[in-house]
Ligand binder design. Structure first.
Ligand SMILES: Cc1cc2nc3c(=O)[nH]c(=O)nc-3n(C[C@H](O)[C@H](O)[C@H](O)COP(=O)(O)OP(=O)(O)OC[C@H]3O[C@@H](n4cnc5c(N)ncnc54)[C@H](O)[C@@H]3O)c2cc1C
Length: 808
């Protein structure tokens, strides 16, 4: 082992598969002065006892891409390192035994075309041919992915480590990081039991100990470890006769996974009663060939299902039972990126499927560290996607839930119950009493829709249109003809002030800064000119601004603001929870506002994109004239303690009007009718302003905003893809995202979001399509739940193309 350096550019804490991959990728991107500290031997956490399976399929398309990258990388690191990693590309089957699951798999299979994955749908006979030990009597079909397989977990970890070492990295084994202390000039003292070194950056890749390594810098990472079992059987005669290996099998309805291990079987189970491990801290002495005592009693139900699907297993001898812990986050995705509030401290932890994800995590993080941003939209695994609500108890509850539902269908309209309700808007009792049905966003309950009389006030999870349909239709009708009332307290709100606030915003935002009392849509760009935000900026005073954005991005936005707005004379405050809000929209919204404010709110006195600061009832209110629905509309903000009273005044003033509570489902339908994009769907760091049609909001002539040079290059280059809206012929389901769009058999684009547009009684989808087809009048096809549906590109928004309703 090399003698410990006194300085390094990066110290990676943890030599599991993730830490070693990060180390390798840092060297690959040109940073040589990098070291890794491992407490014991490499793999001494979860990595050594993993089942070693890998697969590219994931419900999040961007994570799927990174998983596919991980798998493709294995041959490369095997070659580079000379380390055999025991690669078996057996292919993999995801089995469906219910109609619903089959719809789900077919929808997934269609999306794979967009992701460049060549999966196939197979029927029972084809499944049996690949895997003769499976009972397919109730099986409808399966997705077959040729990229799946398994490997030797220890070999893979060492291969990353060797490849990193031969590129200049150093690895210190038996070196436990005990403390991480700021030096006072932006770097860190890494105190280990073998000495101290100074480093510019620290990466927390400490796996089972990531919580503890977070606490070393005062950070509580939302991670919980969970026990997990797999069994290894004796050799099976059926497998001995086969010339090759059977594929990996995920029996999604049975909630088991299985693969061949020599001539026997490795069978893993996700039991319903998940068992968290080491809740009060992972013992430092744990690990290195240590396992937990097996508890087969907990697995009886799951094993029964496994034995029914694979009857030969019920008679097989069990050679070994493995029970080991590994980590989960509240949504099951990793924690990657700069940890908010701690300079040069990076996360690469909470990785549940290390052998499918370590390569992608290493790539994304190293790109971020060396180039200043990740190379694609990795929000689904960004450490900044959670907020303070992701407390210890919340994380345990959600981690258990995720484990128990690991293979369950994730319906687009389903909000899982654990950890709810945690945060509620001040108006929750009123909205509940009005039959509000809630979902959750950033830990807060948000109204999805308001059930009409006699209708079930619970939404049925469904891949097709749900029982919320009629209520949402009525909400849309009212919003287009009367006045809709929506609690928007969950929106993100930031106050930026100080004598240098305008100057700082001119650098931060790519859009024009509004004049006093005015509002502008202000895109925000990354250094490479990709979208970083679609904020609304209001100027309340000459040196005081209110920025609005999607509420679930609060930590993400604040991390960016604190990097780029930190200057003398500028204050930045996240006031999302200090202010609540209610939006009113529809042709009667002006009348409603006039009743509330007893002021002249005519178009002349209170024009579109301006702000009115005037009390409404007893509530000090800030009313912004803008609307996501494309109707005449207003967003009214007030300090949270006044929210209940404000909503009460709004409801009272709405008497005799055609008024109704509206939820976020209707808002989504209404904005689709106007072809308005939203963040994470049409707008994300994967797209540039030109592609997204946001270039008209960019102040190209203003010098020095972040991403300007790249934005100018983007403006001068014809985009390969454009954002369009499609009218879709579908009967009972709408596009949900990432469905392929096909012209005469060729893939020409993909859906970003979809839904039923009640005002025009058609299914709509927004999509990125190849520029050359973006104004085609030809019929295209979009695959929804595996079925091709014809669609055509709309030349203008379905409702009020001129924008006159919104502006007059
Ligand atoms: C039974 C079981 C089966 C599994 N099967 C699969 C599978 O088939 N496919 C799959 O993809 N995944 C599987 N997993 C999950 C997989 O094991 C993990 O996702 C992966 O190992 C996580 O790797 P890691 O590097 O993040 O963490 P770890 O492997 O836990 O590594 C963290 C390392 O950091 C070191 N460390 C911690 N603190 C310090 C410190 N202060 N100083 C120095 N070093 C420190 C530890 O010693 C450890 O070596 C399975 C897990 C279990 C338990």
């Amino acid at each position: 082992m090399p003698a410990m350096k006194s300085h390094a550019r990066v110290v990676v804490v943890g030599g599991g598969v993730v830490g070693c991959s990060v180390l390798y990728h840092l060297t690959k991107m040109g940073w040589k002065d990098v070291v890794l500290c491992e407490r014991k031997e490499l793999t001494a956490g979860s990595s050594w006892h993993a089942a070693g399976g890998f697969h590219a399929l994931n419900s999040d398309p961007n994570i799927s891409r990174l998983q596919a990258y991980t798998i493709k990388l294995y041959r490369e690191i095997e070659k580079l390192s000379g380390q055999n990693i025991g690669l078996h590309f057996t292919g993999g089957l995801n089995i469906a035994a219910t109609r619903e699951r089959w719809d789900f798999l077919r929808a997934d299979w269609a999306r794979h075309r967009v992701l460049g994955l060549s999966t196939e749908l197979l029927g029972p006979a084809q499944i049996r041919k690949l895997c003769p030990i499976i009972d397919t009597s109730d099986v409808i079909g399966a997705i077959y992915d040729p990229m799946e397989g398994h490997l030797d977990p220890s070999g893979a970890t060492h291969a990353f480590a060797k490849a990193a070492r031969s590129a200049g990295a150093e690895i210190y084994r038996h070196t436990r990081v005990i403390e991480i202390l700021p030096t006072g000039h932006g770097s860190w003292h890494i105190v280990t039991d073998a000495g101290t070194l100074e480093a510019e950056h620290v990466v927390n890749a400490a796996g089972l100990w990531a919580r503890e390594v977070g606490q070393m810098v005062g950070v509580q990472l939302p991670i919980v470890a969970m026990e997990h079992h797999y069994l290894l059987t004796e050799d099976l005669p059926e497998l001995q006769q086969l010339p090759g290996e059977i594929p990996l099998v995920l029996d999604l309805d049975g909630e088991i996974y299985l693969r061949q291990e020599r001539k026997g079987i490795l069978l893993g189970v996700y039991e319903k009663e998940a068992t968290p491990w080491a809740l009060n801290g992972t013992p430092w002495e744990y690990g290195e060939n240590e396992l937990l005592p097996p508890s087969l009693d907990r697995l009886t139900d799951a094993l029964d299902k496994g034995f029914r699907r694979f009857p030969t297993l019920s008679a097989a001898g069990i050679r070994r039972v493995v029970n080991g812990p590994f980590t989960f986050t509240p949504d099951g995705n990793p924690l990657v990126g700069p940890v908010p509030g701690v300079r040069n401290y990076w996360a690469a932890c909470g990785v549940m499927a290390g052998f499918a994800q370590a390569g992608g995590v290493g790539l994304a993080l190293s790109h971020w560290m060396t180039q200043g941003e990740p190379d694609s939209d990795i929000y689904a695994m960004d450490v900044a996607r959670f907020g303070a609500y992701a407390s210890r108890n919340y994380t345990i509850a959600k981690g258990r839930e995720f484990y128990a539902r690991r293979f369950q269908i994730a319906y687009p309209n389903e909000f899982w119950p654990a950890g709810r309700p945690a945060k509620t808007p001040a108006t929750y009792p009123t909205l509940k009493a009005a039959n509000g049905v809630f979902g959750v966003s950033f830990g807060t309950e948000v109204p999805l829709y308001f059930a009409t009389d006699g209708e079930l006030s619970e939404e049925t999870p469904s891949l097709r249109r749900s029982n919320a349909f009629a209520s949402v239709a009525e909400e849309c009708r009212v919003a287009r003809n009367g006045v809709g009332i929506l609690d928007i307290s969950s929106f993100g709100k930031y106050l930026i002030g100080g004598p240098r606030a305008e100057q700082a915003l001119e650098r931060l935002l790519a859009g024009r800064i509004p004049g006093l009392g005015k509002i502008r849509l202000t895109p925000m760009l990354s250094h490479s000119g990709r979208l970083m935000g679609d904020l609304t900026t209001m100027r309340l005073e000459s040196d005081r601004f209110l920025l609005g954005g999607s509420g679930y991005l609060q930590t993400w936005h604040m991390r960016w603001f604190s990097h780029h707005l930190a200057a003398e004379g500028v204050t930045v405050k996240n006031v999302s929870e200090e202010y609540g809000g209610v939006a009113i929209f529809g042709p009667q919204s002006r009348e409603l506002l006039a009743r509330l404010s007893q002021a002249n709110v005519s178009n002349e006195a209170f024009p579109f994109l301006t702000v009115l600061q005037r009390d409404l009832g007893f509530a000090p209110a800030l009313t912004a004239r803008l609307s996501v629905t494309g109707e005449l509309g207003y967003e009214i903000y007030t300090p949270t303690p006044y929210m209940h009273a404000l909503l009460g005044s709004v409801i009272q003033a709405a008497e005799e009007l055609d008024a109704r509570h509206v939820g976020f489902y209707a808002l989504n339908a209404l904005r689709l009718e106007k072809s308005f994009g939203i963040w994470s769907r049409e707008f994300s760091p994967d797209y540039t302003p030109r592609m997204a049609g946001l270039d008209r909001f960019i102040a190209y002539d203003r010098p020095n905003f972040i991403g300007r040079e790249a934005a100018i290059r983007d403006r001068e280059t014809a985009p390969k893809r454009r954002l369009v809206t499609l009218a879709v012929s579908s009967t009972d389901a709408d596009a949900a995202g990432y469905e392929p769009i096909v012209l005469r058999g060729d893939l020409v684009g993909f859906v970003t979001s979809g839904g039923y547009a009640h005002s025009v009684r058609t299914s709509l989808a927004m999509a990125y399509v190849n520029a050359e087809v973006s104004d085609t009048e030809q019929e295209l096809s979009v695959t929804i739940l595996g079925e091709p549906c014809s669609c055509r590109i709309l030349t203008e928004p379905s409702i009020d193309a001129s924008g006159s309703r919104m502006k007059s």
